[in-house]
Design a binder for this molecule. Structure first.
Ligand SMILES: [Cu+2]
Length: 259
């Protein structure tokens, strides 16, 4: 009965301690890789303990003998096998990660700039010209509705608009340009299986395809200061027709605090 009650509780708790359901195209492969890793590690853990207890029981019955030269083979072979296994897993996961970071983005991908600063995320859309305008640190003024310092003297920047909520269409690839204005922040959307640091002075690109419409949490995963725990935002994935309507409604200059 105790066990049943525990299993029941564990199933209920699963929603909070396991990852949220995947809502992106590449996430399926990542989840698959994680599950295989966990099963392999569980198998090795069990095997190691079976060998350990078998060794203890056998030792208790037999007189200890000096290590024979031929036993090296039995020790080196499993060691080599485990090394090959771990290297293969590492190469496989690095390959999956690189496909999100380093391979080229679809030319038709949405472009959005994500800027982290203590303690908020800002999302800049390039507007109708699909090009981001120049930003200048001296123009940064959240009070004047220009938190990223967009220079309106640059024609490309005039139709840029900045929002505090990320809105994306389902089924279309998006390329995020990640920047940080003050310290290192960690941009993470657990439901999209996306995670990448944003570092001042550098721009990182990360691309993915959201598949399931809905609202998902965006978190900061680097302790970036006292307000770190509150550095959260929402990504809203809309069906592509709804997204087109939303995009039409957006106008530069940015309206502060409007999704
Ligand atoms: Cu942060």
């Amino acid at each position: 009965m105790m066990l049943l009650a525990f299993l029941g509780q564990a199933t209920q708790a699963r929603a909070s301690w396991w990852m949220p359901p995947n809502a992106s195209l590449h996430g399926t492969a990542l989840d698959h890789q994680l599950i295989i890793n966990l099963w392999i590690l569980f198998g090795l853990f069990m095997l190691a303990h079976i060998l350990l207890f078998a060794g203890i029981l056998l030792q208790a019955r037999q007189q200890p003998q000096p290590l024979a030269h031929s036993r090296w083979r039995f020790e080196l072979a499993p060691l080599a096998a485990i090394a090959i296994l771990f290297f293969s897993l590492a190469i496989w996961s690095a390959h999956l990660w690189a496909s999100q970071r380093y391979t080229g983005t679809d030319p038709a991908a949405m472009q959005v700039e994500v800027v982290g600063m203590q303690f908020a995320w800002y999302f800049r859309y390039p507007g109708a010209d699909a090009a981001f305008g120049i930003t200048r640190p001296t123009l940064i003024s959240a009070a004047e509705g220009n938190p990223l310092g967009i220079d309106t003297a640059d024609e490309r920047g005039r139709d840029d608009f900045v929002r505090s909520q990320l809105v994306l269409p389902a089924g279309r690839e998006v390329n995020l340009r990640l920047r940080a204005l003050d310290v290192i922040h960690g941009f993470a959307i657990p439901a999209m299986r996306v995670k990448q640091n944003a570092i001042p002075g550098q721009t990182f690109n990360i691309h993915f395809t959201p598949t399931v419409p809905g609202d998902y949490s965006i978190l900061c995963t680097q302790v970036c200061g006292l307000g770190h725990a509150h550095m959260q935002a929402v990504v809203r994935i809309l069906p592509s027709a709804d997204f087109a309507v939303w995009l039409k409604q957006q106008k530069a200059p940015p309206a502060e605090g409007q999704p």
